[in-house]
Write a protein that binds this ligand. Structure first.
Ligand code: FE2
Ligand code: FE2
Ligand code: FE2
Length: 184
């Protein structure tokens, strides 16, 4: 793998791992603050980030030495209002800067498989930001978010509220590859 794309993949793996853990922590805080739907949304999105991390990690199977991952964007824990603000900021960084740059670099370097892994994540992050914006609006008004079943594609991480599609719009996986996060 070309060096620039390889370092970008390492960074993306680091960022997705941290997003996974951060959202699980945010989910605990949301549950404690009595926002059960925000908590469920965070658990579903954390799973999508885990899938992104796994997909990127698979692209690095040729490596056998330690490397430094620079994850950038989104940090320290707070209450749910702050955590959702950080979540929006993190997804926005991925959508507007990180993934477009990584996709362009991978395309320029003819690293097709890496380009696909970055693109799958990029398309998912766009949906994550929408969900987080909806949640933040509710929490800023002192309410839990109104949320139907959330589905996550276990191949690419694509996340949506509502029924699972017959085929994933991002990776074309069949309906049975979607995991449901239902209201309790
Ligand atoms: Fe992600
Ligand atoms: Fe995301
Ligand atoms: Fe998918």
């Amino acid at each position: 793998m070309k060096q620039m794309t390889e370092q970008n993949m390492i960074n993306a793996f680091g960022g997705e791992c941290q997003a996974h853990m951060r959202y699980l922590r945010f989910a605990e805080v949301a549950a404690k603050e009595n926002f059960p739907n925000v908590s469920r949304m965070l658990i579903a999105i954390a799973e999508a980030e885990r899938i992104h991390a796994f997909d990127h990690y698979q692209e690095l199977k040729h490596l056998d030495t330690g490397r430094v991952a620079n994850s950038m964007a989104a940090f320290g824990p707070g209450n749910t209002a702050k955590n959702l603000g950080l979540s929006i900021a993190g997804e926005t960084f991925e959508i507007e800067e990180m993934y477009p740059t990584y996709i362009e670099t991978a395309a320029f370097q003819s690293e097709r498989s890496a380009e696909r892994s970055f693109r799958w994540s990029y398309m998912t992050e766009v949906e994550h930001r929408k969900l987080f914006q909806k949640a933040k609006e509710a929490v800023d008004g002192g309410q839990d978010v109104t949320l139907g079943t959330v589905h996550v594609c276990d191949v690419c991480g694509y996340t949506l509220e509502g029924d699972a599609p017959d085929a994933c719009p991002v990776c074309k996986a069949k309906k049975d590859r979607f995991k449901a996060y239902e209201a309790v």
